[in-house]
Design a protein around this ligand. Structure first.
Ligand code: B1M
Length: 213
């Protein structure tokens, strides 16, 4: 097995310390930092994402793998910046105003990061204005809104309306247990997915499409 395959497997097992040690070793061996990121860390996280979608692993495994990925990425960051590696896109994520649930939102964040997107996490209880201000300032490609309460879903419509009112070319993605495709369509949002891994696939597709145009 190559060192990159080892990084991928250890990440899937959530062994953060070993992932960091191997990332360091790979850098010392002169392996391209982008290859370490794509073929080691992101490859491992992609496997977890697919397993999560298929119901073969659950939230705790994803969180543990994501922690290993984040620690590995932190080790790589300097080398990536030195090489001028660009992110695939920029996303702003948060749980909508009035809503303090953040487990699903954190999963979405991790899955987006695992696709090579730069993610700005606005946290919980985020108003439409805050979402759109941040997205505009950060030149984001997508806004990802999560809601767990039927009483807070309405704030997603405010996000969509605010993006439209400002004439921004930013996609609005929505999700969370009470949210549905029908709701997404009814408020004019760009995309609904029912799990975090699919949200990341869709966000990446939006970002790549925008960069091609
Ligand atoms: Co709350 N809670 N809670 N809660 N809570 C629910 C959501 C509830 C369904 C429980 C119930 O009554 N059966 C209910 C909502 C009812 C409703 O509105 N229909 C409820 C309630 C009522 C409340 C309070 C009002 C309770 C009270 O105080 N009386 C209160 C509200 C506080 C507030 O937000 N203002 C409250 C509080 C809490 C805790 C603080 C105790 C805790 C939250 C801890 C935290 O998040 N840090 C909590 C929890 C844990 C839950 C349950 C048990 C679990 C939610 C969860 O994290 N699921 C929940 C009941 C349940 O769902 N069984 C419940 C796991 C998570 C991975 O799923 O976030 O859906 P989820 O994310 C999924 C997908 O939806 C998707 O990806 C994930 C899977 O990959 N997804 C996206 C999520 N966001 C996405 C965005 C996307 C795409 C996909 O694109 C952008």
């Amino acid at each position: 097995m190559s060192i990159l395959e080892d990084i991928s497997s250890l990440l899937q097992e959530g062994r953060a310390k070993q992932v960091v040690a191997l990332v360091r070793q790979a850098l010392d061996e002169g392996i391209d930092p982008k290859a370490i990121m794509n073929d080691g860390l992101l490859a491992g996280m992609a496997v977890i994402g697919e397993q999560f979608k298929a119901g073969e692993v659950y939230v705790p495994e994803v969180l543990i793998a994501a922690r290993a990925m984040n620690q590995g990425m932190a080790e790589l960051k300097e080398a990536l910046l030195r090489d001028g590696v660009e992110a695939n896109g920029v996303a702003v994520v948060g749980t909508v105003k009035g809503d303090l649930h953040d487990i699903g939102k954190n999963l979405v964040k991790m899955m987006l990061e695992s696709k090579g997107l730069t993610v700005h996490d606005l946290g919980v209880d985020v108003s439409a204005e805050t979402f759109v201000n941040a997205a505009e300032e950060l030149n984001a490609d997508v806004i990802c809104c999560s809601a767990l309460l039927t009483t807070t879903m309405g704030e997603m419509k405010n996000v969509v309306d605010e993006v439209k009112a400002r004439g921004l070319n930013i996609k609005v993605m929505v999700g969370g247990a009470p949210v549905s495709k029908a709701f997404c369509d009814s408020i004019g949002a760009d995309c609904y997915t029912d799990d975090a891994a699919s949200a990341a696939d869709a966000a990446l597709a939006f970002c790549l499409e925008k960069r091609k145009a």
